[in-house]
Design a protein around this ligand. Structure first.
Ligand SMILES: O=C(O)C1=C[C@@H](OP(=O)(O)O)[C@@H](O)[C@H](O)C1
Ligand SMILES: C=C(OP(=O)(O)O)C(=O)O
Length: 451
């Protein structure tokens, strides 16, 4: 993938007040799943508003490699002609997932119970991330695995000829692990059960039900979610409208809160209860955030978000909220730098295994820009209100959310903030720079010199 070979330093300088109405791209989680489930259905699925980012396009290539026909049309919509569950072709090439954890982990689940072999590779970031969390349950279902030390990529799998359904308790808060086991269960005869002690985003459950799978969710006496899936359904194609990604919306949301004089509207943002922790948190910090025109669309609640520059105060973010805002902590740390007092963020262990060690990457980036913070094994405390912020260069470690978060810092800091590589932003939010500059920000090429 291009971002791995040609880093593009970017710098953000003090922005004019951000003004206007914007639409951030489609949700990444739903976009990956639309292509995957469309590929497993029998017939033609139509997807409008697909996120056309590197991560999602890698999933499209993976589904093409097993026989799905995926076409973009003149009106921007995509169609997926599915090959049908159980009928995947063996890929004749290595599957390159670039930077995409969701893409590779969910696809391993799908392929792992099909009678095919496949080899997965990724960029330098993805090759460091743990795959054992999905390869272990797949091994229990009969998948053969050869992977690099520590179950890292590159990895090859050979799906079981007669896969066995399992009951699996997800050991960490991870929608990717939950989803990989459920997707593997799709092609197993009989019932697969996933027990989820800590609730995470439920797009797989909701969308599989929409595609006609027999899936139920109950809560047991210990308060855990119990998901039961009957194997080998015939999945029916769907018409999908992908709502705007709340994780991408978090960047203009925080930027408008911290750039004086700002007043913007972010349209059509998905409000799935497992994704809105950042909105709850920013409102608790004193953010002037209004959800208008709330409506239901394609099984999800959506709204337009009006946000104005606000005086923020530091808070403690409950640890149990972490799964509902797991990708938003880097940009929350930037909001915290402009709040009065300390913001304490516990329960962040999963941040260490994202595209980068996000806890460390955020802490080093804050320090480089004069923002006091304390990092422990699984917490971050940011002290707001320091003066003379900015002037630093942030190492992004191939992590799009680190790049975007520190560019948001530059919009409200006293001195410009440079990120060593803005090209990685294309993995989830390719229109980031143009959208922000259209609102009044000043994000520019840092001239090939990260200084
Ligand atoms: O299932 C998904 O679509 C995702 C789950 C989360 O990962 P984990 O399951 O590793 O927490 C999240 O960080 C990622 O951006 C998307
Ligand atoms: C963690 C993320 O993505 P993934 O795991 O899909 O690479 C993210 O987008 O912040």
């Amino acid at each position: 993938m291009s971002h791995g070979t040609s880093p593009t330093p970017l710098a953000a300088r003090t922005a004019s007040p951000l003004k206007g109405t914007v639409r951030v791209p489609g949700d990444k989680s739903i976009s990956h799943r639309s292509l995957m489930f469309g590929a497993l259905a029998v017939g033609r699925t139509t997807v409008r508003g697909l996120l056309e980012s590197e991560d999602v396009l890698a999933t499209a290539e993976a589904m093409r490699a097993v026989g799905a026909k995926i076409v973009k049309h003149a009106d921007g919509s995509y169609t997926v002609d599915g090959i049908g569950l159980g009928s995947l072709l063996e890929p004749d090439r290595v599957i390159d997932f670039g930077n995409a954890g969701t893409g590779v982990r969910l696809t391993m689940g799908i392929f792992g119970t099909h009678d095919i072999a496949a080899t997965f590779v990724g960029d330098a970031s993805l090759s460091k991330r743990p795959m054992g969390r999905v390869l272990d349950p797949l091994r229990q279902m009969g998948t053969a695995v050869i992977a690099r030390e520590g179950d890292r990529l590159p990895a090859s799998i050979r799906g079981a000829r007669t896969p066995a359904p399992i009951t699996y308790r997800v050991p960490m808060a991870s929608a990717q692990v939950k989803s990989a086991v459920l997707l593997a269960g799709l092609n197993c005869p009989g019932e697969t059960t996933v027990i989820e002690p800590i609730p995470t985003r439920d797009h797989t459950e909701k969308m599989l039900a929409g595609f006609g799978a027999d899936i139920s969710v109950t809560v047991n006496e210990a308060g855990e979610r119990v998901i039961k899936l009957q194997g080998q359904p015939t999945l029916k194609p769907q018409d999908i409208d992908v709502p705007a990604d709340p994780s991408s919306a978090a960047f203009p949301l925080v930027a408008a809160l911290i750039v004086p004089g700002s007043d913007i509207v972010i349209e059509n943002v998905m409000l799935n209860e497992h994704r809105t922790g950042i909105i709850t948190t920013l409102i608790e910090m004193g953010g002037d955030i209004e959800l208008v025109n709330r409506r239901s669309a394609g099984g999800e609640e959506v709204a337009d978000i009006r946000v104005k520059h606000s005086k923020l105060k530091g808070i403690t973010v409950p640890a149990e909220r972490a799964p509902s805002m797991i990708d938003e902590y880097p940009v929350l740390a930037i909001a915290a730098a402009f709040a009065e007092g300390d913001t304490f963020m516990p329960g962040l262990d999963e941040l260490r295994v994202k595209e980068s060690d996000r806890l460390a990457a955020v802490a080093r980036g804050l320090e480089a820009n004069g923002i006091p913070c304390v990092e422990t094994e699984d917490t971050l405390t940011v002290t707001g209100g320091a003066k003379g912020l900015g002037g630093g260069t942030v190492v992004t470690h191939l992590d799009h959310r680190i790049a975007m978060s520190f560019l948001v810092l530059g919009m409200a800091a006293d001195k410009p903030v440079t990120v060593d590589d803005g090209a990685v932003i294309a993995t989830s939010f390719p229109t980031f720079t143009s959208l922000f500059n259209g609102l009044g920000a000043d994000i520019r090429d840092a001239g090939g010199v990260a200084a």
